[in-house]
Design a binder for this molecule. Structure first.
Ligand SMILES: Nc1ncnc2c1ncn2[C@@H]1O[C@H](COP(=O)(O)OP(=O)(O)OP(=O)(O)O)[C@@H](O)[C@H]1O
Length: 271
């Protein structure tokens, strides 16, 4: 099967009435979503609403129970060339140095060993890791490891980059630096990015489009286009308004999670 949007633009990712259950327990239900090529989409929602499940299906790690997932017009039936993943855990090869990890990815794109090493050193220099290129992951801080992992992910020249809370374990300053690096590298790469985060500021700083999910099983509740120049000024009234919408959504979801629909109807708290 192939996927198209109504306007004839082929989405980078398309969920076509996708549901997923684990051991007959539904995790997400009837997801219909198209992600534009080259765009930056952020998934937000309460814990357990199925954000990682959507990423996993896009990566071909998990098949949908119902419906279809397409990446670049092809139905996803397993891991796809051109798709890179970045999780909170870095997944670097522990026996390779920082430069070795990046160079390995570059060699896979066709560079000679010597050119790959040179390019790896150049790219690591861009994220302030030139002096750490010959350290193995165990000798690096968590933030440094995640920088290496991000450099390696882009070194693969992915058309699609799927990121699951990639900066969740980093301190505030490192996180801001990583976000800036991600934005700069994404812009140059032309890749489509889909990123999961619990951090509203991160969503507002990064996203072209925020997909709000809710419930269990999870559904897409709202899609918000974030139209503001980058770098983003969070004092911008438009962004502040989106932030309030996101906060209200997550608060309502937290209340729903605690009380359940029957009790809420009885209390008249939420519709
Ligand atoms: N491999 C799995 N086996 C069984 N159940 C799973 C599996 N992966 C996810 N689930 C279940 O599917 C539901 C959605 O999980 P998922 O991790 O996608 O949510 P999430 O929104 O990413 O959560 P969080 O924000 O806490 O990471 C949860 O109920 C979870 O327990």
């Amino acid at each position: 099967m192939t996927a198209r949007t109504g306007a004839g633009i082929r989405p980078a990712i398309r969920f076509d009435h996708v549901s997923k259950a684990f051991d007959n327990r539904p995790a997400v239900e009837d997801i219909d979503l198209a992600v534009a090529p080259g765009s930056f989409t952020v998934l937000i929602g309460p814990s357990g609403c199925g954000k990682s499940t959507l990423l996993g299906m896009s990566a071909g790690l998990e098949p949908p129970t119902e419906g279809y997932v397409f990446v670049h017009d092809c139905e996803v039936k397993g891991p796809t060339e051109g798709t890179a993943l970045l999780f909170q855990q870095h997944n670097l090869f522990p026996w390779m140095t920082a430069a070795g990890n990046v160079a390995f990815a570059l060699e896979n794109t066709g560079l000679s060993r010597r050119d790959a090493r040179g390019e790896a050193l150049r790219l690591l220099g861009h994220v302030g890791l030139g002096a750490f290129a010959d350290k193995v992951p165990a000798e690096l801080s968590g933030g440094m490891r995640q920088r290496v992992a991000l450099v390696r992910a882009f070194a693969l020249k992915p058309r699609l980059l799927l990121m699951d809370e990639p900066f969740g374990a980093l301190d505030h300053q490192t996180r801001r630096m990583m976000q800036a690096y991600l934005l700069a590298t994404w812009r140059d790469s032309g890749a489509t990015v889909m990123l999961v985060t619990h951090d509203l500021t991160e969503a507002l700083v990064l996203a072209d489009r925020i997909v709000l999910m809710s419930g269990s099983p999870g559904r897409v509740t709202e899609v918000i286009d974030v139209i503001a120049p980058r770098p983003r000024d969070l004092a911008d009234p438009a962004l502040a308004a989106i932030c309030r919408r996101l906060e209200a959504h997550l608060e309502a979801e937290a209340i729903r999670g605690e009380f359940g629909p029957d009790e809420l109807a009885r209390l008249g708290v939420l519709s």
